[in-house]
Ligand binder design. Structure first.
Ligand code: SAM
Length: 218
């Protein structure tokens, strides 16, 4: 994601009713364990970590009004683009969080998240940064602490080294790999696929899209 400093982004985030949490100026205890109250219903909650400008999570929310969605993004200047779209559309089942996902367990309680989507996560190509990859064992162990009994993770990327690493990490974490493909758009799993912003860009360049679906052992 190319980052430009967007003037007023922090003010927009602070003022938006669609931002449930901003780690710079809110106490996570206000929210942890209270997401159902926040949405005002008992519907399941699905999250995208690293939502970028929110194209995927907004389409998910449009198509699935009986499910609640939370888009999580580290950078204000990126998140603000999603907020601007949501201010216009006002989907009742979509909220945003601005935070680094390494703190995810501070914001969601055990069993509070029904499903996690990771789309085109940053590759962190240097070995010494491997722990920062959102599909590392480091992160998978965090996800166990927020996922429901039936919860799981879907990960999409065009980055083959990151995908291969992720397959290894699923095994190392002792999770169950439900299915995977190295070319989603030409596979049996393509039906119902919702394209992310990066997915559209990279698939138009001819890059095959890899996808894996996994869940913790129960
Ligand atoms: N998911 C979108 C898509 O597929 O179009 C955006 C992909 S973009 C390459 C990755 C996004 O993840 C960036 O906006 C980045 O700021 C965000 N991100 C990376 N690491 C993160 C973290 N630890 N916590 C929250 N967001 C993160």
């Amino acid at each position: 994601m190319r980052l430009r400093n967007v003037k007023g982004a922090r003010d927009t985030i602070a003022a938006s009713e669609y931002v449930a949490f901003d780690e710079d100026n809110m106490d996570p205890d206000q929210l942890k364990g209270k997401w159902k109250e926040k949405f005002g219903n008992n519907n399941p909650i699905r999250i995208e970590i690293g939502m970028g400008k929110g194209q995927f999570i907004m389409e998910m929310a449009r198509r699935n009004p009986e499910i609640n969605f939370v888009g999580i993004e580290k950078f204000s200047s990126v998140l603000v683009r999603g907020i601007e779209k949501q201010q216009v559309e006002q989907l009742p089942n979509l909220l945003f969080v601005r935070m680094d996902a390494e703190n995810i367990e501070k914001v969601f309680d055990k069993n509070e998240v029904d499903y996690i989507f990771l789309n085109f996560s940053d590759p962190w190509p240097k070995d010494r940064h491997a722990k920062r990859r959102l599909t590392s064992v480091n992160f998978l162990n965090r996800y166990i602490n927020i996922l429901s009994e039936t919860g799981g993770v879907t990960f999409k990327t065009d980055n083959r080294p990151l995908f291969d690493f992720s397959l290894e990490q699923v095994e190392e974490a002792d999770w169950i790999l439900d299915n995977y493909t190295f070319d989603l758009h030409h596979s049996e799993y393509v039906e119902g696929n919702i394209m992310t912003e990066y997915e559209k860009k990279f698939s138009e360049m001819g890059n095959p899209i890899c996808r894996l679906v996994c869940h913790p052992k129960r």
